[in-house]
Design a protein around this ligand. Structure first.
Ligand code: CMP
Length: 236
């Protein structure tokens, strides 16, 4: 008989799965059958799931924790494409556009995932158009986000981009508190800078400026948004 703690964490995992594009449109019976065909994977903080350039044969859904997707330039500099949390899926590009993995996936905290082989996904896509629609929706939304990120790199200054990233992280990982919104991103300052796409020094300067204005408070691997409205205005 599961105890209260593991029952609660089962509920959290189920909620994450039901919100994933693969599962969202399925009825309970079909979702249970799909869940049964997936393999659980657990990663420690810092563990690499796969590297850019590897052959890929699975998609993954995050059930608990966080995964960073990064790319490394020839000179060793790193850029983060995304930070994914519960309910988000990745690893499908190497199926739809056959080729090597387009990014390195690393756990930034203890993380659990469910994996589905590409070979098992294909019949699901052809047999269940609602699953294919869910995945198309995710791809379209990623393209939108990538377009926004590209425009921000060209048109916005670093503090504006930092403000945007903080809002984006707070939409996905924020928890309301008395003071504002606590965002446990689990990233180091270096990783936060890689997500913004700027040097650590410039990003730290922008964060220190926001702290000085009373908009945010920095904590170890988290940030508290104290004045969301001002941050929103700065992000525009
Ligand atoms: P794949 O290339 O198989 O492995 C890396 C995965 O990272 C890729 O599939 C996508 O699922 C995911 N990915 C790549 N680029 C982005 C992005 N810009 N935003 C979110 N996820 C991405």
């Amino acid at each position: 008989m599961p105890d209260g703690q593991s029952r609660r964490s089962q509920v959290v995992v189920d909620e994450a799965l039901r919100s994933a594009p693969l599962f969202r449109e399925l009825n309970d019976e079909a979702a249970a059958a799909l869940r049964a065909s997936m393999i659980e994977v657990h990663l420690d903080r810092g563990e690499v799931l796969f590297r850019e350039g590897d052959d890929g044969d699975r998609v993954y859904v995050v059930t608990e924790g966080k995964i960073k997707l990064g790319r490394t330039a020839q000179d060793g500099r790193e850029n983060l494409l995304a930070l994914l949390g519960p309910g988000q899926m990745f690893g499908e590009l190497s199926l739809f556009d056959p080729g090597p993995r387009s990014a390195t996936a690393t756990a930034v905290t203890e993380t659990s995932l469910l994996a589905l082989g590409h070979a098992d996904l294909v019949p699901l896509l052809t047999g269940r158009p609602e699953v294919a629609r869910g995945l198309l929706l995710q791809l379209a939304s990623r393209l939108r986000t990538s377009n926004d990120t590209l425009a921000d790199l060209v048109f916005s200054d670093v503090p504006g981009r930092v403000a945007k990233r903080l809002l984006d992280l707070s939409n996905r990982f924020g928890v309301p508190s008395d003071e504002g919104i606590r965002v446990s991103h689990d990233l180091t300052q270096e990783e936060l800078a890689q997500l913004v796409g700027a040097s650590r020094e410039t990003v730290n300067k922008a964060l220190a400026d926001f702290v000085g204005r009373g908009w945010i408070r920095l904590e170890q691997r988290s940030v508290v948004l104290l004045d969301v409205e001002r941050i929103r205005r700065r992000a525009r």
